[in-house]
Design a protein around this ligand. Structure first.
Ligand code: SF4
Length: 481
């Protein structure tokens, strides 16, 4: 599973924004590794540098120096919608009659095709097949006739899906979060300006202070002189649809998202995992790095439980940090070999012992199967697997690169079948209620699409978990004020 993107926007008093944007993208690198880009504005014109590759490879010293201006937006991308080439890399930038526009998008629209067809019919020429360009064209069209806030509001009334955006119109930087707040976006204060970012870790990296999350349906406009910001609640919604997987897996553990420190949420999920499905064993160990906080919470709860025997927390699997991610290996056979390249058991921590292995999720099951076998080969007597999320039974349409339904091991198998397939002595998942409790949210305020098969957006051919409809897009600028 891969997060699609990370976004950032910065407005400073009179310092160049290029370097702080560059550092922020470094802090958000885990959210996208395919391309990186920055667009700045110097008060007269836009400057853009967008390249394929990691942040460290995409920019050279001279590139940053050429990005003039104290305002800018940035983006890291892992593509799921649109093609895997530079035409879809972001920020997307365009010049039109009313000025210049730059856009960074995290999320995925479910009605981008409809809007694209309509705008194409009205004469808009598209250069990529990504949904970000659709938003940019719609917004540019609205900006021909309306002020910034009304233009954004009218675009929001037409697009349906998941989006956290940083936008730059000339030298004004803005942030918008979709009305259900599916993907994160927060605002922070720097000594000489303000920053919008997908995660608070980017604000920490700049020595800034997290102010708060951008609210679902809210537009935050940073002053072009870096001295403040204005906010506009453009859409009110009864319920939110936060992606629970941000807390479980995607976000950095040191980020605060929707008022919760991700690391603490993961530890709490581990504690709940023990409460719901704890099993006595000699050793508890995480799948590195994703299972670490879960395993520490699980072991802590186990050791506090007076009815349990007590357990040792150990790092029994060592990670080779220099191996690329398994997803670049195209065939199943290569994926299986990659697990062995990535992780190696420490024999002395598992030999002759009963082991509980903790991870955040099982997608295809390939990795779990390999890991159980690795531990058995290293001499483990029993291997119990505990997962800090419910079974993933359906794909994600909101910007997470997940396997298709056919590839998801839990899509059509019982937990017992999966246990058998991965070769574990026992297997348990965390319940949806435990997820909601650990995130201090009601189920109605979470997106649980991939674990229930019911989505908080109107997706063709899929069930909905709430009363939500795609907007009518008949007329480009007819939304109510
Ligand atoms: S379907 Fe799953 S991964 Fe996708 S947004 Fe919803 S909770 Fe997150």
């Amino acid at each position: 599973m891969h997060e699609k993107c990370g976004v950032v926007g910065i407005s400073l008093e009179d310092r160049s924004a290029a370097r702080p944007l560059y550092y922020s993208l470094y802090a958000l690198q885990h959210r996208g590794q395919e391309s990186a880009g920055i667009v700045t504005h110097d008060g007269f014109q836009q400057h853009s540098h967008v390249e394929m590759g990691l942040v460290g490879d995409a920019f050279e010293q001279g590139d940053l120096q050429a990005l003039n201006g104290s305002q800018g937006i940035g983006h890291v991308r892992y593509p799921t919608a649109g093609s895997l080439d530079c035409s879809c890399a972001q920020p997307f930038s365009v010049s039109f009659k009313s000025g210049s526009l730059g856009l960074s998008h995290n999320g995925n629209l479910v009605n981008a095709g409809e809007i694209r067809d309509q705008l194409a019919g009205l004469g808009h020429a598209f250069t990529s097949d990504g949904d970000t360009e659709v938003i940019a064209h719609d917004l540019a069209r609205n900006l021909l006739e309306e002020d910034l806030v009304r233009a954004v509001k009218h675009t929001m009334a037409r697009i349906h899906g998941s989006y956290s955006l940083t936008i730059m119109h000339d030298d004004t930087v803005m942030g918008v979060r979709d009305p259900q707040g599916n993907r994160p976006l927060c605002i922070g204060e720097l000594e000489d300006g303000y920053v919008l970012a997908s995660e608070s870790a980017a604000i920490d990296t700049l020595d800034g202070e997290l102010i708060r999350d951008v609210k679902p349906g809210e537009l935050v406009v940073l002053h072009a002189d870096g001295t403040g910001y204005d906010t506009y609640q453009l859409v009110e919604n009864e319920n939110t649809a936060h992606c629970f997987f941000e807390h479980v897996y995607f976000a950095r553990p040191d980020s605060v998202i929707d008022d919760e420190l991700v690391y603490e949420v993961r530890r709490e999920l581990g504690r709940q995992l023990w409460e719901e499905n704890g099993i006595d064993s000699d050793v508890v160990m995480p799948v590195p790095d994703s299972g670490r906080a879960f395993a520490s919470g699980y072991a802590e709860a186990a050791n506090e439980d007076s009815d349990a025997d007590g357990v040792e927390f150990a790092e029994g699997l060592m990670k080779n940090r220099y191996v690329g991610r398994t997803f670049i290996m195209p065939t199943q056979d290569e994926r299986e070999r990659a697990v062995r390249l990535k992780l190696n058991p420490i024999k002395s921590t598992v030999e002759g012992k009963t082991v509980t292995l903790i991870d955040d999720s099982i997608v295809r099951g390939t990795t779990s199967n390999q890991l159980v076998q690795l531990l058995r080969d290293a001499g483990a007597e029993e291997v119990h697997v505990r997962i800090g999320a419910p079974p993933i039974i359906a794909p994600c349409y909101m910007g997470i690169d997940m396997a298709s339904r056919e590839e998801l091991i839990a899509a059509d198998r019982s937990v017992e079948d999966i246990r058998d397939e991965i070769g574990a002595d026992s297997l348990s998942y965390l319940s949806i209620d435990a997820i909601a409790e650990s995130l201090s949210k009601s189920r109605a305020d979470l997106c649980l699409g991939c674990v229930t098969g019911e989505y908080p957006y109107d997706i063709q051919g899929e069930e909905k978990d709430r009363d939500v409809e795609r907007p009518s897009i008949d007329a480009p600028t007819t939304a109510d004020d």
